[in-house]
Design a binder for this molecule. Structure first.
Ligand code: WTA
Length: 646
């Protein structure tokens, strides 16, 4: 095993890891002065990203900042996203696999770039035939089947922004998002498999339709389940397969879109209730996503790349669909779950498909740790050459586990920080350039300017906690909120003496080398004897204890600390472990952090995108009423935890 050189920081006992030399030899970005080069020519430096794309009409300028915070990237440019993700690869790799799909029941379907071109065109022709015109929003409510990326690209081809709603969301969530986006077209499916059972998706879509303020012009239904579930089609409802057959072989001229035209809208629930429709523009978004897929995830056309995120979330949009297809690589699309039929499913797929680049979330890595290293150990994972993570802070221990047991000790691990709103990665190490520090995200990428600031907006000292702020615009940024210019300005932006600043809402620290550690949402702080402690900091201390896999910390009204902890299978959850956890907290944070209660549980309540629902745990701890838990991925744990607390 070759870790590359290892060193220690001047400041402490922290481990840093240099990128392995054989990785660097083939990395996409290796110029050590890339940061300085971007800085020296900002914003012109971003041509480097835009010029990775094929433009129908060249852009006149890189950035129009006449009306902040409404920035326009690459004004004057025209392009089509489906051309960039499909057509332009036909010349050199039409027979190369674009998407390899693995269904929940082990079904397999492979689309070459030529196949993809054919079906995207047929789907585009069908949508147009149903009446979809440029700028009409099409809502997509589909599980992880090839029809989801295909209809996204078909929409992009005809200039119709898509509005993907995660398939697991409720009828109510779907109807709210259709109404808010003023969408009159829906693509859904009859149903899909959840573990063994066929599940009726169409009936959820029907319920959503009944709740709409507006109405749908047309609904397209993908037949996922065949004879298992026959859903009769009503008026204005069309079978996807029949439409594709009818339009097979047709080509649709791609609509040239202005760089600033809407590519898609994506609703995030955020912390404030009412979902926000985050809008992404075609030119800036695709440039930034393509550049970071190359520069951070180091993806090349001959990779077999797997982003495990659901396409229903932003990670799946940017790094499951647009980024990899724009780069022209082969991607895996997996409909199943990592523990079905067994807990080695992910490793089996990496082994069998010789996956080279794998991108997942800390929540998944913590599950893998909990299940045990024997699962990855039973497979040949030597094809892997880069690992990525996104979505939450990754603890040093989880980072090391991923690096060692999945990466075999010789793959760089890139921890990537970004948001639905940022569209693409803003903070990460460049795997061919920067040293990695387990548990720290890394510096802002070239061309990105981020600061950790205090309440007044002044940069904090290294090691001090502050707010993560971005003080220059970036190409992948949201162009606004749907129907909410005022809300966009108010929720994210502040005009300061030094210009406009974007507030991420995340707490962070920065070290002497400019490496940022993101602590999570700022509201995730508890006050203990008038000291503000970051829950993320407490939790990462707990998960450093041997045998522990996940932790969530909340405070009650008295300022007592409650720690909810899950462990590896087979670990004794007794007072000895409680003592170990408490000692760990005392050692890492101080005596003030010794918890008042430690509750062991089999799972922590999680949102569908895998984030721990700390607010719900807080309600349980404080004995408050808690609302609807159906939005959780695992509502069944709520009862278990409540009774444990009682
Ligand atoms: C958190 C997901 C720590 C953060 C792409 C951010 C992270 C929110 C990281 C956005 C990371 C994302 N380290 N925290 N590497 N990546 N986050 O919109 O709180 O689903 O603001 O986008 O996830 O979540 P979203």
């Amino acid at each position: 095993m070759d870790d590359g050189a290892q060193g220690t920081d001047a400041g402490g006992d922290e481990r840093t890891r240099q990128p392995p030399s054989d990785f660097v030899a083939n990395a996409n970005v290796t110029d050590a002065d890339v940061d300085a080069a971007f800085d020296a020519t900002w914003p012109d430096c971003w041509r480097r990203a835009a010029d990775l794309l094929d433009w129908e009409r060249d852009y006149d300028d890189v950035l129009d900042d006449a009306d902040p915070p409404f920035y326009e990237w690459f004004p004057g440019g025209e392009l089509n996203a489906s051309v960039n993700c499909v057509d332009r690869h036909l010349a050199e790799r039409k027979n190369q696999v674009a998407i390899k799909w693995i269904g929940k029941r082990g079904e397999r379907r492979t689309y070459t770039y030529l196949d993809l071109h054919r079906e995207v065109n047929a789907a585009a022709a069908a949508l147009r035939d149903l009446g979809v015109e440029e700028d009409d929003v099409v809502t997509l409510y589909l599980p992880m089947t090839p029809e989801l990326p295909i209809t996204m690209l078909a929409c992009a081809r005809i200039g119709a922004p898509h509005n993907v709603v995660f398939a697991g969301l409720s009828a109510e969530a779907l109807s709210t998002r259709i109404d808010a986006a003023e969408s009159e077209y829906l693509v859904t499916c009859d149903g899909y498999y959840r573990r063994e059972d066929a599940f009726n998706q169409k009936s959820k879509a029907d319920n959503a339709r009944l709740r709409l303020d507006g109405d749908l012009e047309a609904t397209v239904v993908v037949d996922r389940l065949g004879d298992e579930l026959r859903t009769p089609l009503g008026d204005d409802e069309y079978d996807y397969g029949t439409l594709i057959d009818a339009h097979d072989g047709e080509t649709v001229d791609p609509v040239a879109r202005d760089a600033g035209d809407l590519l898609f809208v994506m609703y995030t629930s955020g912390t404030t209730g009412e979902p926000k429709g985050v809008e992404h523009a075609t030119g800036g978004y695709l440039s930034h996503v393509t550049w970071t897929t190359e520069a951070v995830l180091d993806v090349k056309p001959d990779d077999t790349y797997w982003c495990a995120a659901d396409i229903g979330w932003i990670t799946g949009h940017s790094y499951g669909v647009y980024g990899p297809l724009s780069v022209g690589t082969s991607t895996l699309l997996f409909e199943g779950t990592p523990d079905y039929p067994d807990r080695d499913r992910v490793w089996e797929l990496i082994d069998r498909n010789a996956v080279t680049v794998f991108y997942t979330a800390p929540t998944a890595i913590r599950s893998f740790m909990k299940w045990g290293e024997e699962y990855p150990a039973n497979h040949d994972l030597s094809s892997l050459r880069l690992l990525g993570t996104v979505g939450e802070a990754i603890s040093p221990r989880a980072w090391e586990w991923y690096h060692e047991h999945v990466g075999g000790g010789d793959c760089p691990v890139v921890d990537t920080w970004w948001q639905t709103e940022t569209g693409a990665i803003l903070l990460a190490t460049l795997p061919g350039v920067d040293a990695m520090k387990p548990g720290k995200v890394g510096p802002p990428l070239p061309g990105i300017s981020a600061q950790v600031v205090d309440e007044r907006g002044d940069p904090v000292d290294p090691g001090e906690t502050g707010y993560l702020a971005i003080d220059r615009p970036w190409p992948g940024m949201l162009r606004g909120l749907r129907g909410g210019d005022e809300r966009y300005r108010r929720e994210y932006w502040e005009e300061t003496d030094d210009g406009w600043v974007y507030h991420t809402g995340d707490g962070a620290t920065v070290d002497e080398d400019g490496y940022v550690t993101v602590l999570g949402r700022l509201d995730d702080v508890i006050t203990v004897r008038s000291q503000r402690l970051s829950t993320a900091k407490l939790e990462s201390a707990i998960v450093e204890a041997e045998g522990v896999t996940e932790a969530a910390v909340v405070g009650d009204e008295q300022g007592d600390i409650y720690a909810y902890v899950t462990t590896k299978s087979g670990v004794e959850t007794d007072d000895t472990l409680r003592e170990t956890v408490a000692d760990r907290l005392e050692y890492e944070v101080g005596p003030i952090a010794r918890p008042d209660e430690i509750v062991f549980t089999t799972e922590l309540p999680k949102t569908r995108s895998g984030k721990i629902m700390r607010r719900l745990l807080e309600d349980i701890t404080r004995g408050n009423e808690f609302g609807d838990v159906s939005a959780l991925r695992n509502p069944e744990v709520v009862g278990e935890i409540s009774s444990a607390v009682e």
